[in-house]
Design a protein around this ligand. Structure first.
Ligand code: ARG
Length: 463
């Protein structure tokens, strides 16, 4: 089969299997809308710079809009015969406006075109991701506000460490995702550079004005080296990294949900709509959604390694290997979107088991640090307080009692600094309320912080 776009120097047609092997339309059809936008900006610039006439430019733009319309209404089907989205569009345009359509490729090549389309696509996609991350942050802020008073066990090494408020835990998740949102903003900003006009690799002799195209398409600047511009895929890696980080966070959140759902833990119950049963064990309610999010993070994080492997051996400039970048990243974007979509409802419907959370928070001398802090506030150096409380815990453990069950006389045997106010200091609820430094777990702090987040979202049209 002869390809009318580049087959001039070939005697034979392309082998059918090779055509199927090398096509990219099956994935880069996703760039269709972006390619049309880029073509329109390019056609307008060509006439602005007097490379084609105004009339020609108007016909090209009209033709491109018609092609888009046909595609949207299903009247234009894309064919592997034309390899990729760029050549499919050029063919459709030529069908629409005749020979003139063949002028669209002046001053550009597919090498700079595909890099431009992909940047534009990811720029638009980043807005979607930012939106979805905000939705999750919103549900987390709301849930933390509503759970600001709920006492919950806090762990280090997955061993009970100190009590916290459940709202505080949810705000920790919030801050992880807030960084993801910020990272996505930065990724978007970094990729917003126009490669078009670099042509194949060495630039172009046409008197084009790349800044006009950049302005029309909303790119903040134009690339400064044509060779780098057509071979650079850092922006694809950046994007994959940002998505991987988000998936790593979602996976850690999922792991906690799975743990909290554990039969022996039962701290949080995930809504039935997000769980499945077992085909054999009738009693089962399994946390499949968080498990799958944790599982799906693997392929997204893997896509970052795939991209590095794809790129690490490539010489300048364009190499056909680069075509693989799209399937690697775009497939993982579907996964990220699917996971992000489920999170807000997963969070807003989960139920914390307050009584159990309080009971577990009190186990295992979780107020020992409060006692050490109490002694230090009375003037005992912290390291010494730590040692004294260690001995107190050892004693209480041997007597199988909690710290607040110890008599004042007994306490005084360990340190004369201990007074009857010690019972307030080691009271879990009071201790939590006293943790008021910025970022600490007190309900007042959590409420204030959650409110701040919710208010900032309202300002941006988020309720
Ligand atoms: N389909 C190609 C890709 O995605 C477009 C660029 C083709 N360039 C070339 N010189 N064959 O990379």
């Amino acid at each position: 089969m002869k390809n009318s776009t580049w087959s001039g120097r070939f005697k034979k047609g392309l082998d059918e299997d090779v055509l199927e092997f090398s096509e990219s339309i099956s994935i880069d059809h996703l760039l269709f809308d972006c390619d049309i936008k880029v073509c329109i900006a390019h056609a307008e610039m060509l006439s602005d710079c007097k490379i084609i006439s105004k009339k020609e430019s108007r016909s090209l733009v009209k033709g491109l809009n018609a092609v888009q319309k046909k595609y949207n209404s299903g009247k234009l089907s894309l064919s592997i015969k034309y390899e990729d989205v760029h050549m499919n569009i050029e063919q459709a345009l030529t069908k629409e406006v005749g020979e003139l359509g063949k002028k669209i490729h002046m001053g550009r090549s597919r090498n700079d075109l595909v890099a431009t389309d992909f940047r534009l696509y990811l720029r638009e996609f980043s807005d979607l991701m930012i939106h979805k991350l905000r939705d999750i942050r919103h549900s987390l802020a709301l849930a933390s506000y509503n759970n600001a008073e709920v006492i919950f066990p806090g762990y280090t090494h997955l061993q009970l460490a100190q009590p916290i408020t459940f709202g505080h835990h949810l705000l920790a998740w919030h801050d992880m995702l807030a960084r993801d949102e910020q990272r996505m903003e930065q990724t978007k900003d970094r990729l917003n550079i126009l490669p078009l006009g670099s042509a194949a690799l060495s630039g172009t002799p046409y008197n084009i004005n790349r800044k006009i195209v950049a302005k029309k398409l909303g790119f903040k600047s134009v690339s400064t080296n044509s060779m780098d511009a057509v071979s650079d895929r850092d922006f694809v890696c950046d994007f994959a990294y940002t998505c991987s980080m988000t998936m790593m966070h979602l996976s850690r959140i999922s792991e906690e949900l799975v743990y909290w759902m554990n039969t022996h833990i039962k701290l949080v119950d995930i809504d039935e709509a997000f769980c499945t049963g077992s085909s054999i064990m009738p009693q089962k309610k399994n946390p499949d959604v968080p498990e799958l999010i944790r599982g799906k993070s693997a392929s997204v994080i893997g896509s970052l390694s795939s991209l590095f492997l794809l790129l690490k051996g490539l010489p300048l400039t364009y190499n056909r290997d680069l075509q693989e970048d799209k399937s690697i990243l775009l497939n993982s974007l579907d996964t990220v979107t699917a996971c992000l979509n489920l999170m807000p409802r997963l969070i807003s419907t989960m139920k914390v088991n307050k009584d159990r959370a309080l009971a577990l928070s009190k186990e295992d001398f979780s107020n020992a640090t409060d006692l050490a802090d109490y002694l230090s506030m009375k003037g005992v150096p912290f390291r010494t307080s730590h040692e004294i409380v260690g001995s107190i815990v050892q004693y209480a453990e041997s007597k199988k009692i909690n710290l607040n069950e110890m008599s004042l006389d007994k306490f005084k045997k360990f340190s004369s600094k201990i007074g009857k106010d010690v019972y307030d200091a080691i009271d879990i609820e009071k201790s939590i309320r006293s943790k008021k430094a910025i970022g600490s777990t007190s309900p007042a702090n959590v409420k204030k912080q959650a409110k701040k987040i919710l208010t900032s979202m309202k300002l941006y049209g988020y309720v």
